[in-house]
Design a protein around this ligand. Structure first.
Ligand code: GLY
Length: 129
């Protein structure tokens, strides 16, 4: 088991979620390979490829209210130049009425070591049952 790689991938995963929560497109791009693919609820069951689909959401006006993601029960599996990070993502945010709410999703994120650095190459997000 490569504990150093596992720790690094967890750290990168936290940075990725922080970039999403804060709307930091530059930080998100730094972590992702441009050919990233994904299945996520926003894509209505389709496999999305590339970054433009994700940029749409970063370009939306922010809510101006706090939003914070926590990684719960993570598992990291490293195999050569690839890795899978799975966890429950707990997102704390405010409803339209200003009440705090926590929304959870199951996330599987695939990373690949490219040019000596881990890059995010695929993810799948499903709402928790
Ligand atoms: N929707 C962007 C991401 O979860 O990586």
């Amino acid at each position: 088991m490569d504990h150093a790689a596992e720790a690094e991938l967890l750290k990168l995963s936290r940075q990725l979620l922080d970039s999403i929560d804060s709307g930091n497109w530059a930080a998100y791009c730094e972590l992702c390979d441009p050919s990233i693919t994904c299945f996520e609820p926003e894509a209505n069951g389709h496999l999305v490829e590339g970054m433009p689909f994700h940029k749409f959401y970063f370009d939306l006006p922010g809510s101006g209210t706090p939003k914070q993601s926590s990684i719960v029960s993570p598992k990291v599996r490293v195999f050569g130049d690839g890795a899978v990070v799975t966890y429950v993502r707990a997102v704390q945010k405010l409803t339209a009425d200003g009440a705090p709410v926590t929304v959870c999703a199951d996330e599987t994120r695939v990373w690949q070591r490219i040019g000596g650095a881990w890059k995010h190459v695929h993810f799948h997000r499903s709402p928790c049952a």
